[in-house]
Design a protein around this ligand. Structure first.
Ligand code: ADP
Ligand code: DP6
Ligand code: CO
Length: 331
């Protein structure tokens, strides 16, 4: 019998305002450039890791169903990293639940691996500082490094494993909301990982991204420090479109945006014309997230609901907390 405890962790997805798109090192998940995000307060992942000496392999349950697929293998490979660190050969039962859509461009890999990292570290008695936990989460999915922290977080590209971590960013007097138009909750046709690899390898526009993204990141940090919401919004929308431009240049091209995504972009521009500062961002999927100020969130949500009708669902999110371990009982 094992004396290891089981541990449950909760983490939230984060949406990048300045995106991560492309790896310098695939094995360590070191990014080409830094990125900056907002952790949300909706669509949590809850993950329990229960090491059990009787198991002959990791057993992964996802949203109530035992899985044995690529996602389960990614979890097992990640647990191997933790076991190596503590010298354990004990497999674990992993139960995980996503409250939000999985693999739809709403950052399930971020909340998923931030929760897994925290639960696994706790269950295998691996003591980590928040920075070390961010580095560990990064090994599961790059964006997960940022979900270790609440609110705004910057992931430094770094030079190596030790220097590539996320940390919180203070934002002067900003109270923002992220209004999400969920137009397709199903799984994307091509994962973020494969799409960004193809972009790096084949897009003639990628060098332009490598030049521009650090400039966008620097400008975003200045806008945040100054509490300049308009500047933040302009940079957010421009950076997202620049990322999509790089992948449209890949061979074969990667296009995540759907007709409804573009209709929403038009509506967001119309909102601005009507005096509501709102700015769109899109990740590896067709769903659009609209950055606005808290006091405009309901007006933005109403406009999106009116536009979409029955097509989708509109969810209002705000800044959420970093990952936390909420339970650690003997198993
Ligand atoms: P997303 O836009 O949702 O982040 P990705 O293509 O980046 O999409 O990643 C989706 C993958 O993340 C899933 O196929 C799965 O491998 C992994 N993932 C999602 N949720 C979890 C979870 N709760 N626990 C472990 N892995 C997860
Ligand atoms: C478009 O972190 O999901 O959401 O590191 O391969 O797991 P892997 O990719 P992932 O990529 C996120 C891409 C993005 C932009 C971002 O979140 O910065
Ligand atoms: Co992801």
């Amino acid at each position: 019998m094992t004396l290891l405890p089981c541990a449950t962790a909760i983490a939230y997805p984060n949406i990048a305002l300045i995106k991560y798109w492309g790896k310098r090192d695939e094995a360590l998940i070191l990014p080409m450039t830094g990125s900056l995000s907002l952790t949300l307060d909706v669509h949590a992942t809850t993950t329990t890791v229960s090491p059990d000496a009787r198991l002959s392999a990791d057993a992964v349950e996802f949203n109530g169903t035992l899985i044995d697929d690529a996602a389960a293998r990614k979890v097992a490979v990640f647990l191997d990293l933790v076991r190596q660190r503590v010298g354990s050969r004990v497999f674990a039962r992993v139960r995980t639940r996503n409250d939000g859509p999985t693999a739809a461009g709403l950052a399930s890999s971020a909340s998923g691996f931030a929760a897994l990292a925290a639960a696994a570290a706790h269950a295998y008695a691996l003591e980590l500082t928040p920075r070390e936990l961010s580095r560990l989460a990064r090994r599961g999915s790059g964006s997960a490094s940022r979900s270790v922290f609440g609110g705004f977080a910057i992931w430094h590209a770094g030079q190596d494993d030790a220097s590539s971590f996320a940390e919180p960013v203070q934002a002067a007097s900003l109270d923002v909301a992220m209004v999400m138009a969920v137009i397709q909750a199903g799984q994307k046709a091509i994962s973020s990982r494969v799409a960004m690899r193809r972009t790096v390898e084949t897009s003639p526009f990628y060098p332009g991204w490598l030049h521009q993204n650090p400039l966008d990141l620097e400008a975003m940090q200045q806008a945040l420090a100054a509490g300049d919401f308009t500047r933040m919004g302009e940079l957010t929308e421009a950076n997202a479109l620049r990322m999509h431009a790089t992948m449209l240049g890949a061979m074969p091209p990667v296009r995540y945006l759907a007709p409804d995504s573009l209709r929403i972009l038009d509506e967001v521009a119309a909102l601005r014309q009507r005096g509501v500062p709102a700015y769109a961002t899109m990740d590896a999927g067709p769903n659009v997230k609209v950055l606005c100020q808290r006091h405009d969130a309901l007006a933005v949500a109403d406009a999106l609901r009116a536009l979409l009708g029955d097509v989708g669902r509109v969810v209002v999110a705000h800044a959420g907390p970093g990952v936390r371990v909420c339970e650690a009982e003997g198993s």
